[in-house]
Design a protein around this ligand. Structure first.
Ligand SMILES: *Cc1c(COP(=O)(O)O)cnc(C)c1O
Ligand SMILES: [Zn+2]
Length: 484
């Protein structure tokens, strides 16, 4: 069957509670289990029907879609059957998300790090972070739901460290009525660029004192007591869209992930959940053989998942942490909502791929910042969380956890421009003390003024140009070419 057309398969999606195993139909808005309060994963009850196509069959189907011309299948829904196979073509919102480039590390940077690696630039999504993958799915689902139920108004809400709100506001603005967007932000804890995004998209933007975890509690309360659609990663539809990240890496590597190590920064832990769920689904269908290894990375200033896994197996216990200021601000979360999902999927990853198939690495703020600056000085566009991924790779190398024929793919979760302020602190050496970062002065880069405004005096345009060029030649120590 060729897929020059929209796929015909329709599954039957259900929310499955990770606490008590209760199942609920997918055609509702549900975030936590009414019976036990735990989080959900969405499952296609008919998933095993997909096995009637073999692994190579799926691969060629996805390859054909890559060459196709169906807008609804141009982004994350290239992998429709693995994501949300209840949606119709008319429901799917496509704003150019997904299919982001995988860029090899510059050879000089690779030699410094000592492991071959590439960055997957998820900052090249429409709102400049990976959150668009999840929002594309969540909004397509909401459109489907409004159509099926005949709802004429629905308010979407989210708490955000910056990028969730940027993505939610963008998709809501595009879809328009019946959807409207409200975002709740921790005051002063998102970057100016991130704040400008939901404002520019016309969302209602509300700030409150505290950190992300405080905002999250408020929107959770709202979602439990009022008719609103929650767009945080508690919303399992977002997880499905974000699984596309794993599918794309598999496709790029010719569906052979056996020597790959994926490094993913962990905040609320939705992203690493999606990556692992995506990998396990592909394996179930024989689309990939061996699983790659997954490394979650956390800063010492926000490391509850690291702490959990650092304890010996029989003495692990979950406790949230109080975060300290982190340059990986989008991952500065002390009580990740998706921790139960990570625990359950990590176990399956290790069952199917061995103990080393899942690990969490802890890095310092200093390493995160140094790695971001280093990456970008070698032609990459890493945000601070992308710096965190590279710091995780360097640390894994140092600990002897990676080597041989292995190659790493680092998640650069957002565009560097969103986090320009941290670069500025680094160059100006004025980080507030709490970050514990001492910049390397050799890396500081500042603009240099050629001449003050007053230097022009009475010069005409031609004289001024020649004068300025002369100053520049002197500044750069340029050699003149003989004039004829
Ligand atoms: C949201 C976000 C993260 C953290 O992802 P989780 O799914 O919350 O673990 C990391 N980096 C960026 C840029 C983000 O926007
Ligand atoms: Zn339950």
């Amino acid at each position: 069957m060729s897929d020059a057309v929209f796929p015909r398969y329709r599954g039957s999606m259900e929310y499955v509670c990770l606490g008590c195993g209760a199942r609920f139909p997918g055609d509702t808005l549900l975030y936590t289990c009414p019976a036990c309060g735990d989080v959900f994963m969405l499952e296609d009850r008919d998933f095993d029907q997909l096995k009637s196509t073999d692994g190579p069959g799926w691969r060629s189907r996805f390859e054909a879609r890559a060459a196709g011309r169906v807008p609804a299948l141009a982004g994350v829904f290239r992998y429709y059957e693995l994501i949300a196979p209840i949606l119709e073509e008319e429901d799917i919102v496509y704003l150019g998300e997904g299919i982001t480039p995988i860029v090899e590390a510059s050879p000089r940077l690779r030699d410094m790090v000592g492991v071959p690696f590439a960055y997957k630039n998820d900052g090249q999504n429409p709102s400049a972070s990976f959150k668009d993958r999840g929002m594309a799915c969540a909004f397509s689902f909401l459109k489907w739901l409004c159509r099926c139920k005949g709802w004429d108004e629905i308010l979407t809400v989210c708490a955000s460290t910056g990028d969730t709100s940027a993505a939610a506001a963008l998709y809501a603005a595009y879809v328009g009525p019946p959807l409207k967007s409200v975002v709740l932000l921790p005051q002063g804890k998102v970057t100016p660029q991130q704040l400008s995004q939901p404002l520019g998209s016309g969302a209602t933007v509300i700030e409150m004192p505290g950190v992300f975890d405080d905002c999250m509690k408020v929107v959770e309360h709202l979602a439990e007591h009022y008719r609103v659609a929650l767009l945080n990663s508690k919303n399992s539809w977002r997880i499905l869209g974000q699984e596309s990240y794993a599918y794309e890496i598999a496709q790029w590597h010719g569906w052979d992930m056996s020597d790959l190590c994926l490094f993913v920064p962990v905040g609320n832990a939705g992203n690493i959940t999606a990556v692992m769920n995506g990998l396990l689904k592909m394996r179930r269908l024989g689309i990939i053989g061996r699983l790659p290894r997954v490394f979650g990375v956390q800063s010492e200033h926000a490391d509850p998942v690291y702490r959990y896994y650092a304890a010996p197996k029989d003495r692990r216990s979950w406790s949230p942490v109080t975060v300290r200021p982190s340059v990986a601000q989008a991952a500065m979360i002390g009580n990740p909502v998706s921790f139960p999902r990570v625990r359950s999927l990590a176990e399956r990853m290790q069952e199917e791929g061995g103990e080393k198939a899942f690990q969490i690495i802890q890095v310092t703020e200093q390493m995160i910042m140094d790695c971001m600056i280093l990456a970008n000085r070698h032609g990459h566009i890493a945000c601070t969380q992308g710096g965190e991924s590279l710091a995780g790779l360097c640390r894994a190398k140092e600990l002897g956890l990676i080597g041989g024929n292995e190659r790493a793919v680092l998640d650069d979760t957002a565009h560097s421009l969103k986090f320009a302020g941290f670069q500025e602190h680094y160059f100006a050496n004025d980080f507030p003390e709490a970050y514990e970062i001492v910049p390397d002065p050799a890396l500081a880069n500042r603009p240099r003024l050629l001449a003050p405004e007053t230097a022009r005096g009475g010069m005409d345009a031609k004289a001024w140009t020649e004068h300025a060029a002369g100053l520049m030649a002197k500044l750069l120590d340029l050699k003149a070419v003989p004039q004829r």
